[in-house]
Write a protein of this length. Sequence first.
Length: 259
Amino acid sequence: MPKTALPFTYTEKGLNCFLKSFPQNFGMVKPAKLTKKEESELCLACGECCKRYWITVLPEEATKIARVLNKPKKDFLENDCILQVKLFPKSTPGVLTFPSTFFPKRIFELLKKNGAGNQQSFFVVPQVVLKREEKTVFNFIEKRTKTEKRNACLFLSPENMCAIYEARPEPCKLFPFIAMPGLREQYPFCALFQQTNKNLSVESKIYYQKIQTYFRKIDNFGFDFVWRSPPKKGVLFLNETQIGEIALDELKLMMPKNN
């Protein structure tokens, strides 16, 4: 499993700054003239985004994916998704901010082991992400004839085709042009990003507003209210570094005012 998540961080401060920055920061990029076929060929010749990153899913996106897969949403969440919980040290009250005194002993020991045992409170970011698995894929960086074993999105084929393309989550649709500061330095591996520019600032703003609403619903009503049948286990991050695993029951204990 990868040790890092997508380069952009869903923090309360980051979300607010991101939304306030429109349109000043992100409205000046002019797209180059590439056809959809040319864009598709560049993406199919790489697939690195699906191999490198966890893909987050919102509840409405999970509904659409389950429909495409012709399976109940509960089965999709149980079999094809896991929890991803990020912890960010935070000293001031705010959305999804909880004292570490409520954290289960095992979680506290993981934080202590990773140098965060003295933190009094954390911004807790609970998400659902698509599962990843080790698979044999083409190494396009070293030409199409060579294969390698990589951890990749569950729905990525060896030929870099997406099994849920018509219902793929919003981060997949926006990548690599999701409008965040300094984005060009984030994706040196992406040929599409290097060869063209797109202004997806409006679509990015809409997506981040959805993310903000998602977090506030969890803060106000609880994780179980937003996710009726969430995955039972997943991965735990301190900031952007994976430090271990986490269970749904542990997550509930960490957010006492919501459960």
